[in-house]
Design a protein around this ligand. Structure first.
Ligand code: PAF
Length: 280
C-alpha cells in the first residue's frame, strides 16, 4: 500500500486514463477507522482494480468547532488497518491540499438537507458536498463507497453526483454493528464506559420500533421511542423521524404507501450518535 499526502503524488499512482480496463474504487473517510469503514474498503477492493481510501477530517462540515477539535485522529493505526484490508492507496492530505483556496461554493439540495441532520447542523451538508466533490475530482473513481449509517449523507451525495453529472457510481453499503447492536461510528471511541453501556439502547429501540410499526400510530411510535431512549437517564433524544426513504421528508402517517426509514439522533453527554433502520 502506498501512503500519499499530495494530489500530485496521488495522480502519479492512479491508472492512466488510457488504461481502460482499470476500475478505480474510492472510500472517503475522516479516519479513526473501524470495522464499518473496513467493510467498505474490502468491498471496494473486491469490486475494483485499485482501492483508494482518503483520510481527511474535513473542517468545513463541522458546524460545532468543539466536535471538530475532539474528533479522533489515529493516522498510524488507520494506515495499518487499511494495509490489512487490502487498500492500494491511502490518501491523507492536509487542509491546503484539499482547499488550496477558501471554498466558497454553496450547494442547493432542495428539501433533502432541510430536515434531520441538515436542520440541526447548519452548513454540515454544504461542507460534505464541498469535500466530496473535491475528493471525487482528484481521485476520479468510477465507484465510490458510502455507508448507510449516514443515511441522509448518502442521499445528499447521490444528489450531488446527479446534479454535477459526475461519472461515478455511488455504492450504498449496509450499516455494520457491534455485537450489542450499536452502529459502528468513529464517535463511539469517545464514549465513557457508562455511555458506551447505555448506547446499544439506540439500536434496540429502533428494532423494537420495527416490530411495533403495524400496531402503533405515528405519534404513539414517537412516544414509545422517546420513552425508551429516556429510560436509564444516560441518553437524550435529539430527534426520531419516520421519513420517506427516497425524499427524506417526514411521513404524515405510518400508513403512507412509501418506503419508510426510521432515523434517530441521540446525545450521550456531548457525543451525538445517529442510526437508522428501514421500517417497511
Ligand atoms: O462520512 C464521513 O466520514 C464524511 O462525512 C466524509 C464522507 C468522509 C466526508 O468528509
Amino acid at each position: 500500500m502506498e501512503i500519499v499526502k499530495t494530489v500530485k503524488e496521488l495522480r502519479q499512482l492512479l491508472p492512466e486514463e488510457a488504461d481502460k480496463g482499470q476500475v478505480v474504487g474510492f472510500v472517503p473517510t475522516m479516519g479513526a477507522l473501524h470495522r464499518g469503514h473496513l467493510s467498505l474498503v474490502q468491498r471496494c477492493k473486491k469490486e475494483c482494480s485499485v482501492a483508494v481510501v482518503s483520510i481527511f477530517v474535513n473542517p468545513t462540515q463541522f458546524n460545532d468547532k468543539s466536535d471538530l477539535k475532539r474528533y479522533p485522529r489515529t493516522l498510524s493505526a488507520d494506515t495499518q488497518l487499511l494495509q490489512a484490508a487490502g487498500c492500494d492507496v491511502a490518501f491523507a492530505p492536509d487542509e491546503r491540499e484539499i482547499y488550496p483556496e477558501l471554498d466558497t461554493r454553496t450547494f442547493d439540495f432542495g428539501l433533502l438537507d432541510k430536515v434531520m441532520e441538515g436542520e440541526r447542523r447548519p452548513g454540515h451538508f454544504n461542507g460534505v458536498a464541498q469535500v466530496v466533490s473535491r475528493l471525487l475530482h482528484v481521485v476520479t473513481p468510477q465507484r465510490a463507497y458510502f455507508g448507510e449509517k449516514d443515511f441522509q449523507q448518502l442521499a445528499i451525495v447521490t444528489e450531488l453526483v446527479r446534479r454535477l453529472d459526475l461519472p461515478v457510481e455511488v455504492v450504498r453499503c449496509p450499516i455494520v454493528r457491534e455485537p450489542d447492536g450499536l452502529a459502528m461510528s468513529s464517535r463511539n471511541a469517545l464514549l465513557s464506559p457508562e455511555q458506551r453501556a447505555a448506547a446499544p439502547a439506540i439500536a434496540r429501540t429502533l428494532f423494537a420500533a420495527v416490530d411495533k410499526v403495524c400496531s402503533l400510530s405515528l405519534p404513539e411510535l414517537k412516544q414509545f421511542v422517546a420513552d425508551a431512549i429516556a429510560d436509564g437517564g444516560r441518553l437524550k433524544l435529539d430527534y426520531f423521524e419516520v421519513v420517506n426513504a427516497l425524499t427524506l421528508q417526514p411521513v404524515a402517517s405510518l400508513d403512507d404507501d412509501v418506503p419508510k426509514q426510521a432515523c434517530i439522533a441521540v446525545y450521550a453527554g456531548e457525543i451525538r450518535l445517529i442510526d437508522n433502520v428501514r421500517l417497511t
